[in-house]
Design a protein around this ligand. Structure first.
Ligand code: ADP
Ligand code: MG
Length: 602
């Protein structure tokens, strides 16, 4: 056995295995270097997904010929002046990227510092570097990488299609660009520019929102809540999407710590926790969060790729994120994202290719024997009769546009005008209409009421004049009886009543009149299906949904004008009422301007 020190080229290739997993990681390292060099503008060219060619050009501080030679040596860095790993303020610090990339590719670096007569260039092929030679270039640095991984063919085999590799590279650049809105970025293949991000001006928050708008799309920017929170010396800022704007995966969740994009399980888990009440477990909100934390409270030296971090006080970080997000979501109140009404508009837009069929049907109806033209009037009258007695409050029938204008500020969800299909409340606002899914809305109100009551003085109960006995199979009755203390806390007082029966004595007052039989059976089914280990309080969203299902405002129940307006007013003052317990919207709002578009009036 002979033990020997490996030659530096081999050492660098071993490091490259971790630092440069794929072309995107090389691009990320090069762009990070440009950001660390205080560049104001960074231009990236990628061909073949980065496999045959990539270059990163910046207008940063540049390197002198001596620095050029050193930069590609292993563990050579300008970024740890005090050798202090506890105090890192740059994206780089390991001095590994350039030697790693250059050991597995053909690389050239051309750079010029301020005050120098010319630029200088070094070329490195498979780890062997040339002497610096004068070259023509403006201020800053251009690094070109050709035939990445030619020296490690095993790695080449693991690359995906150029298109996939390209999108990974683009993703890495976008992440860095989000955290640095004051730097202009372009990405292209040399002939065509695919991403162009101008410098964002203004204060940090608005510059950042501009950049997020450009990268995540306008839908996010218009449906995002600003976050700005502090705890001790941590600072959290950024934007989070409304829960109703969600996706099937977490690809549009971006987290940054001290300007560094991170993929940290702890942080992602914390975000999930903050949204848990507002979004179904298989949907993911969109967000970009920026955490600033004193360098000494953070360890970024976890992995060569530097995308993981460790916090000295993880609990503090979690607490800050959860409270800031919950607070913002609560303040958003009943707001549902515009994407909901956009979807609705999309669905409603008539097929422009065959508008004639509408006319066809219309005349066919008119000619039909016994066409209900008189009957319709009657039906319309009937429809409104139960809504007449509205003592003093704005009448569903009679309300005028002026009256609606007067209350517009206080009643953003408008004045109820009709109930359709005994399920949807149609309300008129100052400049549009609101359609409420009464069941989804009520479900949410019940849930929020229960949460609040539990936290304060308990859920109010309402005694039944005649206790109701419900017969069911023995197992089901046992399951309900076993949880009777928990149910009683939630406002439902039940007891075992011999084998295979339950007696119900009190119900939650907030539910109004309920179908007790249906409720108890559903709760029993629910207990049979779901995790025994979780308390009912922990599953409050499900339990309250089941309860709301049997309460007075379920779908299919007729509501009078007072009841409808009461529901709207309650929604306005209830946090999170813009979506039901499962993240579906409880209402959509259509602005007159949009409706006019639907009819081609605009
Ligand atoms: P690290 O970034 O960890 O210091 P790198 O291998 O990425 O290690 O880079 C080595 C050094 O080369 C850097 O510390 C920096 O001084 C210099 N350097 C790399 N890229 C640039 C650039 N675009 N502009 C100016 N200096 C650079
Ligand atoms: Mg670096």
């Amino acid at each position: 056995m002979t033990i020997r020190l490996l030659p530096s080229t081999t050492v660098n290739r071993i490091a490259a295995g971790e630092v440069v997993e794929r072309p995107a990681s090389a691009i990320k390292e090069l762009v990070e270097n440009s950001i660390d060099a205080s560049a104001k503008r960074i231009d990236v060219i990628i061909r073949d997904g980065g496999r045959t060619f990539m270059s990163v050009t910046d207008d940063g501080c540049g390197m002198s010929p001596e620095e050029l030679t050193l930069a590609v040596e292993r563990h050579a860095t300008s970024k740890l002046p005090g050798d202090d790993l506890e105090n890192i303020h740059t994206l780089g610090f390991r001095g590994e990227a350039l030697p790693s990339i250059s050991s597995v590719s053909r690389m050239s670096i051309t750079s010029r510092i301020e005050g120098a007569d010319s630029a200088w260039m070094v070329a490195i092929e498979g780890g062997k570097k040339s002497e610096p030679a004068p070259a023509a270039f403006g201020l800053g640095t251009i690094i070109e990488v050709r035939e990445l991984f030619y020296a490690t063919p095993a790695r080449l085999k693991f690359l995906k299609t150029p298109k996939t590799e390209n999108s990974h590279a683009l993703d890495a650049i976008k992440r860095l660009a989000m955290a640095h809105p004051s730097i202009a970025f372009t990405v292209g293949d040399g002939s065509r520019t695919t991403l162009k991000l101008p410098r964002s001006q203004g204060d940090m928050l608005s510059a950042r929102l501009d950049r997020l708008d450009a990268i995540m799309g306008n839908e996010f920017a218009t449906n995002a809540l600003a976050i700005n929170a502090e705890r001790e010396d941590l600072h959290l800022s950024g934007h989070i999407g409304l829960p109703t704007l969600n996706r099937g995966n977490a690809a549009l969740q971006f987290l940054f710590v001290n300007g560094r994009p991170v993929k940290d399980k702890l942080l992602f888990g914390t975000v999930r926790g903050a949204y848990r009440d507002f979004i179904s477990h298989d949907r993911h909100p969109l967000l970009a969060l920026f955490l600033d934390i004193p360098a000494e409270s953070l360890d970024v030296n976890v992995h060569p790729a530097k995308t993981e971090v460790r916090f000295r006080d993880a609990g503090l970080v979690r607490g800050l994120i959860v409270s800031a997000l919950r607070h913002a979501l609560a303040e958003a109140g009943h707001r549902a994202s515009t994407s909901v009404s956009n979807q609705a508009l999309g669905a409603m837009r008539p097929e422009t290719s065959s508008p004639k069929s509408y006319q066809g049907n219309y005349s066919a109806n008119q000619n039909r024997p016994g066409a209900p033209s008189a009957g319709l009037r009657e039906a319309a009258h009937e429809f409104q009769t139960p809504l007449n007695n509205l003592d003093g409050s704005l009448s569903v029938k009679e309300v005028t546009a002026e009256q609606i204008k007067e209350v517009a500020d206080d009643w953003p969800l408008g004045v109820a005008r009709a109930q359709l299909h005994e399920t949807y409340i149609v309300a008129q606002t100052d400049n549009g209409i609101v359609i409420v899914d009464q069941h989804a809305a009520h479900e949410r109100l019940v849930y929020e009421d229960m949460k609040k009551a539990l936290a304060e003085d308990g859920i109010k109960r309402q005694g039944l004049l005649i206790p109701e006995v419900i017969e069911m199979d023995e197992g089901a009755a046992d399951r309900i009886a076993a949880r009777k203390d928990e149910f009683s806390e939630l406002g439902l007082v039940v007891e075992a009543f011999g084998p295979g029966a339950i007696v119900v004595r009190e119900t939650p007052a907030m539910l109004g009149e309920i179908n007790i039989h249906g409720l108890i059976n559903d709760l029993a089914d629910d207990l049979a299906e779901n995790d025994e280990a979780l308390s009912l309080k922990e599953r409050l969203a499900d339990v309250s949904a089941t309860m709301a299902c049997h309460g007075s405002v379920r779908a299919g129940r007729h509501l009078n004008g007072d009841e409808m307006n009461a529901l709207l007013r309650q929604m306005e003052v209830t946090p999170h009422s813009g979506q039901c317990n499962h993240g579906r919207p409880t209402y959509v709002e259509l602005k007159l301007a949009d409706i006019e578009k639907l009819f081609g009036r605009r």
